[in-house]
Design a protein around this ligand. Structure first.
Ligand code: ADP
Ligand code: MG
Length: 243
């Protein structure tokens, strides 16, 4: 069962006194179970800060955060049941692909038979079964990215957070991985929030897009809404709507 995500009135202030900077200003977003939401905006607008707050790597200054209806503020990151994929995906170089994917399960003391079953399920979803015995150095960039996703997926998280996972890849691979991520979402059905600063990526990947600027949510809607009915000139300019 996929989880919902409820973000209400989230504020984040870094620093104190005269040096205080409000990086997130009352963000409200609701993500439906199984939805793939894109969070787009220019560099420095607060996207990673919001993801880090969802993941529990940062605490919000104010606001409400619920996963599957349960308050998670104050809950340790490891207890939130979230997987995160970044652009830098450090695989364990001395371990096989199978062991990389199964590592988190081993840490959780999942018995070997169940672990192997899950490794094969995940590898099938990502179509990397033929790579399970290889080491990371024997993989291409795209294959490594798939293994990193497999490692995140193995734990069967209730929420998937992507922080610009494709920004280090070349243009051709980026297009290929976009399709891969879309397919993975279809087969896994895991509720996802995908951060990007790339308008094309936003318009092609998500069922809904949240546009952010300077820590303020400018608009949230389908790609069609955002393109045809931009809420303001900033959104229109950023997405490239005809004006
Ligand atoms: P984005 O991911 O959209 O590029 P970030 O969330 O990384 O933006 O950063 C938003 C703003 O918050 C930036 O101005 C950044 O410098 C600032 N910021 C991020 N993390 C910290 C921190 N730990 N301390 C102080 N300022 C921070
Ligand atoms: Mg960022």
């Amino acid at each position: 069962m996929a989880a919902s995500l409820h973000i209400a009135g989230i504020r984040k202030v870094f620093g104190k006194g005269a040096k205080a900077v409000e990086v997130l200003k009352k963000i409200d977003i609701d993500v439906a179970p199984g939805e793939f939401l894109i969070l787009v905006g220019p560099s420095g607008c607060g996207k990673s800060t919001l993801l880090n707050i969802i993941a529990g790597l940062e605490e919000p200054t104010e606001g409400e955060l619920r996963i599957a209806g349960k308050n998670v503020i104050g809950v340790a990151p490891a207890q939130r049941d979230i997987a995160m994929v970044f652009q830098s995906y450090a695989l364990y170089p001395t371990m096989s692909v199978a062991d990389n994917i199964g590592f988190a399960l081993e840490m959780r003391k999942v018995p070997k038979a169940a672990r192997l079953k899950r490794i094969h399920e995940v590898a099938a979803m990502l179509q990397i079964e033929q790579l399970l015995d290889r080491r990371p150095a024997q993989l291409s960039g795209g294959q490594r990215q798939r293994v990193a996703m497999g490692r995140a997926l193995a734990r069967d998280p209730q929420l998937f957070l992507f922080d610009e996972p494709l920004s280090n890849l070349d243009a051709k691979l980026r297009v290929e991985m976009r399709a891969e991520i879309k397919r993975l979402h279809l087969v896994s059905g895991i509720t996802s929030v995908y951060v990007t600063h790339d308008q094309i990526e936003a318009m092609t990947l998500g069922s809904r897009i949240a546009v952010m600027k300077d820590g303020i949510l400018q608009q949230i809607g389908t790609p069609d809404d955002i393109y045809r009915r931009p809420a303001n000139t900033y959104v229109a300019g950023f997405i490239g709507s005809p004006t």
